[in-house]
Design a protein around this ligand. Structure first.
Ligand code: ATP
Ligand code: PRP
Ligand code: MG
Length: 281
């Protein structure tokens, strides 16, 4: 049975469970459940702290996990990112109040509060900056006001938390993070793992694309197909009406309205967009 680690709380947990449910896996009904066996799919889900997931996977105790890239890198675990999942996107940045450090070099000899000491330590070491990294569990933004740090390094999404704390980012982003799938470094893939990854891929494709159908005069089919090339190639079928064709193609969801305008302008009619519920590409 494939053993899968899933975040039990925090910013990743809901979106991860939703994605797994969309991929056809049984998920827990109660947030207190620690393990769910999905016998029909030969998968067992373990709900763990997101920070611990790369460690279990790196040790080979569990086969695969969903976690954040930042948590994976911070852990130093022998696990590798094998797939990005397109949610929980954030950047990881230094921040300080006005008048505080304003460049990485100015952190020398200063105190930096963070929940990610592994990432911060490596980043400073690579730049030859010696600073005192203060490890905190969360609410790191408050640490400067409370006098335990001169700067912080933390996850930034909208920047609201930093603004409310009167802090501003400085220096280049330390890293860009998002939810990822991790497996043990050097582990050979297995049929069970391949199916798991293909199912998650299918959710991403179903979320990213829509199906577009339209009718068009044969003289315009080539131009229309340029607008809707699809992933492999669009289906073009003759219509009962002489010289007209029905075209069916996958189109990026973000572009759908603009593509419809352009198709309409070259004479396409009966343009219909539908959601893709599931797929295998
Ligand atoms: N506001 C956010 N937007 C996007 N991703 C976030 C946000 N906050 C945390 N993350 C991501 O979530 C993961 C951290 O998981 P964690 O469980 O610590 O989240 P959390 O919401 O901070 O939970 P906790 O309640 O334990 O503080 C990291 O990968 C981090 O990049
Ligand atoms: O840029 P923003 O949109 O404001 O989001 C970033 C904030 O979200 C997370 O905090 P969380 O709510 O998890 O609290 P924590 O600091 O206690 O982990 C993260 O640690 C930042 O503080
Ligand atoms: Mg947090």
């Amino acid at each position: 049975m494939l053993k899968v680690a899933v975040p039990n709380k925090g910013a990743l947990s809901e979106a991860a469970a939703l994605m797994l449910a969309e991929a056809g896996y049984r998920q827990r009904r109660n947030t207190k459940d620690l393990v769910v066996v999905d016998a029909a799919n030969d998968v067992e889900f373990f709900y763990l702290r997101p920070r611990d997931i790369a460690i279990y996977v790196g040790q080979g105790t569990l086969d695969v996990g969903v976690t954040g890239r930042d948590l994976l890198l911070d852990s130093g675990a022998e696990a590798d990112e094998v797939m990005t999942l397109g949610f929980a996107a954030s950047t990881f940045r230094f921040a300080a109040p006005e008048g505080g450090p304003a460049a990485v070099e100015q952190l020398a000899g200063r105190r930096i509060a963070t929940s990610y000491p592994g990432i911060v330590g490596a980043h400073l070491a690579a730049r030859g900056v010696e600073a005192d990294v203060v490890r905190l569990d969360g609410a790191v933004e408050t640490s400067i006001r409370l006098g335990v740090a001169d700067a912080i390094a933390d996850v930034v999404e909208t920047g609201t938390t930093l603004r409310q704390a009167g802090l501003a980012v400085f220096g280049e982003p330390i890293l860009q993070s998002e939810a990822v799938v991790v497996t043990r470094r050097g582990a050979a893939s297995t049929p069970g793992l391949d199916v798991f990854r293909r199912r998650l891929d299918s959710v991403i494709v179903a979320r990213t694309y829509v199906m577009m159908d339209y009718d068009i005069d044969g003289a315009q089919v080539d131009r229309a197909v340029e607008l809707t090339p699809g992933i492999e190639s669009p289906t073009v079928s003759p219509l009962h009406r002489e010289g007209w064709f029905a075209v069916r193609s996958m189109v990026p969801r973000d572009a759908a309205q603009q593509v419809m305008d352009e198709l309409y302008a070259i004479g396409a009619r009966g343009i219909i967009v539908t959601d893709i519920l599931a797929c295998r590409i």
